[in-house]
Design a protein around this ligand. Structure first.
Ligand code: BGP
Length: 490
């Protein structure tokens, strides 16, 4: 019989919570044996800039960073002091009723240079304490194995993911943490926003000194990504062997792309841009390189070096679920003439969507785009989806009553949850929703503290000054109610 009923809301056991990354919260970058990750060697944005020098790393800048002890120039190093304050922070999450909390393990806490043969016990013990603290309150850990956090020693040794050697070092690390946290962690994911590897260093850990043309750079990046795909497949195999029943996810920065107009040329351009985004999930969920990439690689003179057996590995060990970050959508045109603000990038033009508002950092707010994204991904892959990042980075100010009335944050999140619920009614299998980021932390793209996402304010400014005192904002009490009613009372 054909069922005509459909879900009216989020399922029981829906994983409500929030997400963070080690390099943006922990601090303690040189404590208990830890060494630096690539993320912690990126300088902060200067006054008036909206982005830091994310992908402009050179061998010289990395060596300078390694030899510097400045928290001020490299703000991700001080995080928000989660390393010492995790019991207080997790207690806040428990008070909101969190079901799940996503952190990343700092690979360089476990293998400080990346290539040691034995792990750093103090690093392992730290995450034991963190997971135990979560379980004390019934909070399920969700763990990213690398959130842009390759030990920078591997960048200097063999140029990060550009080298196939990284697979061996990564899988030694993953086997170590799977064995150690067996029984404590069920949900894992390999590489945060793996698709951002097409833009360079922050995600590939590979320097591009001496590479001049875009095609040369793309060659290096896609080869590095191939190594990440193989590492991810091998980690999935290990996980299933070491922790039966555990789930491995991939993680896509989903940018819903619309055609700027209904001109078929724009529609085709939007489809092409979208394929470059879905390539990653095509490989990691379907287990194979899609045909449309042959043309792209051919036109850009990219040749992916694969070893015998690589394609079989990808096919044999796809991920169990697909997780995504979603912040905004984009629109694209085939010709520059559509919009005066269009920016040329390759042969496509990004245009501002006039129907949408934007955050102070220019990210266009599009809750309905989340519904579109979830339907697209579910239709294409038929594996459970997990929203593991969504939120609005903005300035917060204390009012005269000593509180932060962040109704703008509530409005943003409410609208996205409403659209997520529509997607569930559409038939999408959704595992959970984690907001970025429940406790204020250092922004990844700008390294600023003033771009805030949290339900809990952290007293720390862009220069690393402040008491680190935590204060719940109005959104804290709102999200608590949302979780308590499984998304019914918004
Ligand atoms: C994602 C990253 C996060 C995070 C978030 C918000 O791309 O996975 O690490 O920081 O974006 O971005 P930002 O911090 O730059 O505002």
């Amino acid at each position: 019989m054909y069922a005509t009923d459909y879900p009216r809301g989020f399922k029981n056991g829906f994983l409500w919570g929030g997400a963070t990354a080690a390099s943006q919260i922990e601090g303690a970058w040189n404590i208990d044996g830890k060494k630096l990750s690539g993320a912690e060697c990126i300088r902060g944005a200067k006054e008036g800039e909206t982005h830091s020098t994310l992908d402009e790393a050179t061998r010289q800048s990395i060596e300078e960073a390694v030899n510097s002890d400045s928290d001020r120039d490299y703000p991700k190093r001080h995080g928000n002091d989660f390393y010492h304050r995790y019991p207080e922070d997790i207690k806040f999450l428990a008070e909101m009723g969190f079901k799940a909390f996503r952190i990343s393990i700092a690979w360089s806490r476990i293998f400080p240079n990346g290539d040691e043969l034995t792990p750093n016990e103090k690093g392992l013990a730290f995450y034991d304490r963190v997971f135990d603290e979560m379980h004390k309150y019934g909070i399920e850990p969700v763990v990213t194995l690398s959130h842009y956090e390759m030990p920078v020693g591997l960048t200097l040794k063999y140029n990060g993911w550009a080298s196939r050697e990284a697979i061996t070092d990564f899988t030694r690390y993953t086997a170590t943490v799977f064995k150690r946290y067996k029984g404590k962690v069920k949900y894992w994911m390999t590489f945060n926003e793996i698709n951002t590897g097409t833009t360079g260093f922050h995600a590939t850990g590979a320097l591009e000194d001496g590479l001049k043309t875009t095609n040369e750079k793309l060659q290096l990046r896609y080869q590095a990504l191939h190594h990440q795909f193989i590492a991810s497949a091998l980690a999935t195999k290990q996980l299933h062997e070491i922790i039966p029943g555990a789930k491995m996810g991939c993680m896509l920065a989903r940018m819903q792309t619309y055609p700027a107009t209904c001109n078929p040329a724009d529609v085709i351009m939007a489809q092409k841009v979208d394929q470059l985004n879905l390539f990653f999930t095509d490989v990691q969920v379907r287990g194979e390189y899609p045909e449309y990439m042959n043309r792209y690689f051919g036109e850009h003179h990219i040749v992916i070096k694969m070893l015998a057996g690589d394609q079989e590995l990808l096919k044999k060990y796809p991920v169990d679920y697909l997780s995504l970050s979603y912040y905004m959508s984009s629109a694209t045109a085939a010709k520059a003439s559509h919009d005066a603000t269009a920016e040329a990038s390759g042969n496509q033009y990004a245009v501002k969507n006039k129907y949408l508002k934007q955050t102070p950092w220019g990210w266009q707010i599009d809750p309905q785009g989340l519904r579109v994204a979830l339907n697209t991904l579910w239709d294409r892959y038929r594996v459970p989806l997990f929203v593991v990042e969504n939120g609005m980075g903005t300035y917060d100010k204390f009012s005269d009553d000593g509180k932060i009335h962040d109704s703008y944050r509530v409005d943003y999140l409410r609208a996205h949850i409403e659209q997520m619920k529509e997607a569930v009614k559409d038939g999408v299998d959704l595992m959970g929703y984690l907001t970025w980021a429940p406790i204020d932390l250092v922004s990844f793209s700008t390294s600023q503290m003033s771009k805030r996402y949290g339900f809990v304010y952290v007293d720390l400014d862009d220069n690393g000054q402040g008491t680190l005192k935590r204060t719940p904002k109005d959104s804290f009490y709102w999200y608590k109610k949302v979780i308590a009613t499984n998304g019914e009372d918004l």
